[in-house]
Design a binder for this molecule. Structure first.
Ligand SMILES: Cc1cc2nc3c(=O)[nH]c(=O)nc-3n(C[C@H](O)[C@H](O)[C@H](O)COP(=O)(O)OP(=O)(O)OC[C@H]3O[C@@H](n4cnc5c(N)ncnc54)[C@H](O)[C@@H]3O)c2cc1C
Length: 395
């Protein structure tokens, strides 16, 4: 079993960041530019081990601010797609009930998750990130430090462990008894490759940004990513076990036929999105921690991002909160010598700061497939998503 060598200077804490997602890497970058050090332990065996997921809108007052403070605005602008901020709402007949008039007008550009991870990864010393390190256990020691044990057999002591390990955080149980709960909303995700060349009609339907068709308590959401790729999410309000009981995900052809059967009287031009989908069909149950999730401060352990406050993606704040949490924690940790006090102050601020997001995300997941059909979604879009100039295309 290997021991991880770390500095033992007790004036500066030995910081372990568990999870190399957007939050964990942003904390590493922030510490790096402010002269501190840390080690990031990431589960993935290497940077390209899996596709990182779809597109994320990065908000000016949180995600973009964190990137700016970390000196990454030029890199961000190279991957930001301002032109893909469009939003359209349709009913199942294909009638457009809402459309933003100018997809490029907003200040929440889209970035592909893989591109964002790449920017963050390149911004920290290579030796800081330890791939193939799946945290198994974390034990408090009598001297106030924590021993981390990884599934690859390595272990090591740290003064401060930051859980940036997402929804199913293995750090969280040290501070909080809560586990994320299934929200009742299930997304089934797949992609459409090279849509502009191979499926130009569908490309026009999706437009520059997000298209959402909603009726009969289900939805089809299609989101434009970079490189002519589109991610499609079929959204259902069903028990958590429904996908496994209903489809054989080992056979994409039969799964696709089964999914098409879920939208029997929908306009064929919308259902064509399912026909055009690739074979990588993945169920994504949506989980959330309680609004106002918090814990009593415990010296040497804290959380950020989804580990601290996973919420439904319908609010659109998840990655923005993760990036901003990281920027704030990094700033506070490098401002003085009282690092336990800095962590406590970060937590107190973060608990309050994220309540509104969590409440908004909970409201959004509750209304996405409401009995009022499109009415509540339309109200939600107009209230929260429409930039000045957003317009009802037809009533
Ligand atoms: C379908 C979907 C769509 C979304 N769309 C949006 C959107 O448009 N806008 C938005 O703001 N947010 C969106 N989100 C939410 C957003 O993805 C998250 O809020 C964000 O990724 C949180 O970042 P994070 O760094 O906290 O956690 P994560 O991105 O989950 O990263 C956690 C990292 O920890 C690693 N890890 C996990 N366990 C361990 C372990 N035991 N040991 C070591 N490493 C571990 C993982 O491999 C991963 O790299 C969406 C989420 C979903 C599910």
């Amino acid at each position: 079993m290997g021991r991880i060598k770390e500095t033992t200077d007790m004036k500066t804490p030995r910081i372990a960041i568990v999870g190399g997602g957007p939050g964990g890497l942003m904390l590493a970058r922030t510490l790096c530019v402010r002269g501190a050090t840390a080690v990031v332990f990431e589960r993935d065996p290497h940077p390209l081990a899996r596709p990182q997921g779809g597109t994320l809108d990065i908000h000016a007052d949180t995600g973009q601010l964190a990137l700016a403070r970390a000196g990454l605005t030029p890199e961000f602008l190279r991957i930001a797609r301002y032109e893909d901020q469009g939003s359209r709402l349709l009913d199942k007949t294909g009638r457009v009930v809402f459309e933003e008039s100018d997809p490029a007008a907003g200040d929440r550009p889209e970035v592909d998750r893989t591109a964002l991870r790449d920017v963050l990864l390149r911004s920290v010393p290579e030796t800081w990130v330890r791939w193939n390190h799946v945290l198994r256990t974390m034990r408090p020691k009598s001297d106030g430090t924590y021993d981390l044990e990884f599934e690859n057999g390595t272990s090591g002591p740290f003064d401060l462990v930051v859980g940036a390990d997402g929804t199913w955080s293995r750090v969280r149980p040290l501070v909080s008894p809560y586990r994320p709960q299934y929200t009742g909303v299930m997304m089934i995700e797949f992609g459409i490759d090279d849509i502009d060349t191979c499926h130009p009609t569908l490309a026009r339907l999706v437009g520059r940004g997000k298209m959402e068709a909603q009726s009969d308590a289900r939805a089809i959401i299609a989101q434009r990513n970079a490189n002519s790729h589109v991610r499609v999410y079929l959204v259902f309000r069903v028990p958590e076990t429904w996908p496994a009981r209903t489809f054989d995900f080992s056979c994409s052809t039969s799964t696709r036929v089964g999914l098409i059967g879920q939208f029997p009287d929908w306009a064929p031009e919308i259902v064509d999105l399912i026909r055009a989908g690739n074979d990588n069909i993945v169920p994504r149950p949506i989980y959330a921690l309680p609004i106002d999730h918090r814990w009593p401060n415990r010296i040497g352990v804290t959380l950020l991002g989804d580990a601290a406050h996973v919420m439904s993606p319908f609010g659109g704040d998840g990655v923005n909160n993760a990036l901003f949490d990281a920027a704030e924690l990094g700033r506070r940790l490098t401002e003085g010598t009282d690092w336990p006090g800095a962590v406590a102050a970060y937590e107190a601020d973060m608990f309050e700061r994220t309540i509104e997001s969590a409440a908004h995300a909970a409201e959004a997941v509750a209304t996405v497939l409401s009995h009022d059909d499109l009415a509540l979604s339309l109200e939600h879009l107009k209230a929260h998503r429409a930039p000045p100039g957003g317009a009802i295309a037809s009533a």
